[in-house]
Design a protein around this ligand. Sequence first.
Ligand code: SF4
Length: 232
Amino acid sequence: MLVRSLTQRIRLDGDLKRPVTYLSRRTGAKPKIEASTGETVPNGGGLEALCAEIGDCRGCGLASLRHNLVFGEGSEHAELVFVGEAPGEDEDAQGRPFVGRAGQLLTKIIGAMGLKREEVYICNILKCRPPGNRNPQPDEIAACEPFLIRQLQAIQPRVICALGTFAAHTLLKSEAPISVLRGRFHEYQGIPLMPTYHPAYLLRNPGAKKQVWEDIQMVMKTLAIRGQGAEQ
Ligand code: SF4
């Protein structure tokens, strides 16, 4: 209920034009970012503080089904953030994002970019696993999205890469197919956002690796990194 009440309070304060001071950093002032609902949500502290705040979140029905909440991992100073859909079985078991087969493929892609996992940041739209890896439900996304917004606030990356349909749809507020969205930069709160296929999709459709690599090369060009060569 913590997240639901937080979201409701943000909405209420936005309606009343009140400053949302309970999310403010005590020191420092990173640029403000707009929540999807249109409210201004000041930066809410670093990742560590946010992770502690999420704690044993009971904001949606997935809480009672998870083994571990998967907050995200990587550098708080990352220039590139990958946003996926939700934890799967391996991630739920380990409490870490993208550690199963799809995660291993993402790690290879990151390596082909000339980067290490710890140099980027990796997280998901949902922090808890939907049963049987079903699609995230709208109420679950609404409950969990404030956490993602605040992760992105804390990191302020130069580029966001949205992995798969749900990440792209949630961040861009678009319902266009990922096949239409990918292949060009969009914008999320002034940050270039590249949608591309989810690594799990690539495991089922290896022919799409070429398109993903094209998308990733555009990300690399924006970040001015040379990489190690095409992902295999
Ligand atoms: S998915 Fe998000 S909102 Fe739902 S219980 Fe997990 S952390 Fe909380």
